[in-house]
Structure formats: structure tokens, C-alpha cells
Design a protein around this ligand. Structure first.
Ligand code: ZN
Ligand code: ZN
Length: 112
């Protein structure tokens, strides 16, 4: 499977694929909001996009994680920049914005 295909000006499909099976699900609204956020923030690196149920269990995700429906992405953000990143993400309409502090990422999700 080859997911190295551009979805939008700044994101490729493989950035959202599950690392264990390379499957991808991605809600268009998540991509649109990430692209808008990227336009204001600058480059962003997705550390976790779609997760199949088994990968979600493996990484300790919650049982009904929005990662499993392609409606959530974790983005690498240094701890000291998470506050401003979260403010911007909230302005861009993500319904869930959760900073993980010293773990170095922010969880972003949209409603289905
Ligand atoms: Zn998988
Ligand atoms: Zn997450």
C-alpha cells in the first residue's frame, strides 16, 4: 500500500496512517481544520492519526477514541508552546484540544 499522496497543500495521507497496519481513515473536517491551523502556526508534525482498534489498545487509547474513526490527530508541540498552540487550535474550531505537557504533544479532535 502506498499512502504517499498529498491530501492538501501541507499534508499527505501517510501522515495519518496507522503504524501497525497502514490503514487510514480521515474525516475531511479534521484535515480542513489542521490545514487552517497549519496556516497560522507553521509546520506541524502528526505523531498519531488513525489507529485501528488493536493499535489503539496497544498505545493505551481510550475505548471510544476518536483516533479510531479518523477524527483525531496528535501533533508534536514542545511543552512551553502548548498553551499558545491550544488557544489557536480552539479558535480554529477543534472540538477537543488536550495538551499532554511533558509528553510533547497536543490531542486535537473534531466531532463526527
Ligand atoms: Zn493498525
Ligand atoms: Zn490523541
Amino acid at each position: 500500500m502506498n499512502n504517499r499522496v498529498s491530501l492538501s497543500p501541507h499534508f499527505r495521507l501517510d501522515e495519518f496512517q496507522c503504524p501497525c497496519c497502514l490503514t487510514v481513515r480521515l474525516q475531511p473536517e479534521l484535515l480542513h481544520r489542521l490545514e487552517a491551523l497549519r496556516g497560522r502556526w507553521g509546520p506541524v508534525r502528526i505523531t498519531s492519526g488513525y489507529r485501528c482498534p488493536s493499535h489503539n489498545r496497544e498505545v493505551g487509547g481510550v475505548e471510544n477514541s476518536r483516533h479510531m474513526v479518523g477524527a483525531a490527530a496528535d501533533v508534536a508541540v514542545a511543552q512551553q508552546r502548548q498553551r499558545s498552540f491550544c488557544l489557536l487550535a480552539t479558535e480554529e474550531g477543534f472540538s477537543s484540544v488536550i495538551p499532554y505537557g511533558s509528553r510533547g504533544f497536543v490531542h486535537l479532535a473534531v466531532d463526527l
